[in-house]
Design a protein around this ligand. Sequence first.
Ligand code: BGC
Length: 509
Amino acid sequence: MAAATGVVMLAAALAMLAPSTRALDRAEFPPGFLFGAATSAYQIEGAYLEDGKGLSNWDVFTHTHSGNIVDGRNGDVADDHYHRYMEDVEIMHSLGVNSYRFSISWARILPRGRLGGVNSAGIAFYDRLIVALLQKGIEPFVTLHHFDLPHELETRYGGWLGAGIREEFDHYADVCFRAFGDRVKFWITFNEPNMMTKLTYMLGMYPPNHCSPPFGNCNSGNSQREPYVAAHNIIMSHAAVVANYKKNYQAKQGGSIGIVISMKYYEPLTNTTVDILAARRALSFEIHWFLDPIFFGEYPKEMREMLSSDLPEFTLAEKILLENKVDFIGVNHYTAIYAKDCISSPCDLNTYEGNALVFATGQRDGVQIGKSTALVGFYDVPEGMEQIIKYVNQRYENAPIYVTENGYSQHNSNSMEDMINDVGRVNYLRGYLSSISSAVRRGANVRGYFVWSLMDNFEWVFGFTVRFGMYHVDFTTQERIPKMSAKWYRDFLMGSAPLGEVQTLRADS
Ligand code: BGC
């Protein structure tokens, strides 16, 4: 009896330990849990004008605004995945993942949108990829829109600013469901539309560079209105596609459909009411902005109060369309950060949280929230993962969550050994996976996890200066070399990953 009580107490004590100090075991995750890696079309495919593909907004932007990309480069070739997909599937197989998240290039399928024809070579490429994955027992997890769209639609509708793009997206999704839905069981409508609309129409960093003061200085745009107009069109495009999938495909194809939101976890900088409210506002402008309409048919109260008529209203017909529910929520989580109020004391608004009147900082009393990574503002704070999962489960009807992205950035280095010995990434992944397993033990509804990214790739405005891959890519020879993290992930998936914090590792160990 005493021994049994001792065991119970020990179990309770272990459960209370911070996630990163606990052992990590694949067996702790529910049966059928998906473990994968993620990529996106523009970041890896290359072949930007091959086999009938049309120009995308990112093709045009990187060519006409190369000054906006840190190293002036583009995704014309990227990882040349279009030609090397078989090798990449082989790599995934050797890693032991049971799923792979990738995106379809809209311009490869419909080079000119709805008014042009379907590019059969584009369909054939994704067909080959899907078949190759399934042959290796890897579940395709497919994103329809991951930042790139046919350039022609940018010109015709002003991208997401024009309501006409809703029908375009609906048509594109329908073509994909018809072509691949017999084999693809997981669909994502949009990747991080919250981050994309802010970077595109508020801060003017993504094509077509729209912004206005105090959020930035661009040649055109209106940072006060455009992000919300674009978001409204995206939310309704999403809803129409979900409705179509549910009505015409789900029963016979047996898949599920969701949306991916970028989610930082915001912690109040101080214990003051203003900072506590600032953290809530930041979460609202980050997460509720998209998920409240999708789950409850309304924008969040905090946004309505601050933005009033700049935030569109949902018509009755739109609300009815929004009643078609998602099957899961995709969570892209990389970092936690402190939120400081900017209403009581003004701050620079030219930042990601500026529209929420919040300033985000990694520092509190001179102490950093977590270890730095290569991307400024991204820290290694594993506990944030469990917090965000709990938060999303509680707010959104305990809908199943897939962690669709989580990863660690390194700088380019002249030393190959430094790049391959990615100890920081191993510790990051171990910490975040432990945090998920802790959430799962406490009853969270999480069904899968994808490392961003399978291999180094074109990191948007950072070009090739930052590396997120578990595989190093030599962009001259296109050689893929497993980093320490690839070996660690494989060992974890096979049930034998090292448990403690890794100090040093050798690439060949
Ligand atoms: C995006 C990826 C990107 C990653 C790392 C996410 O915001 O979905 O495309 O490469 O973060 O920055």
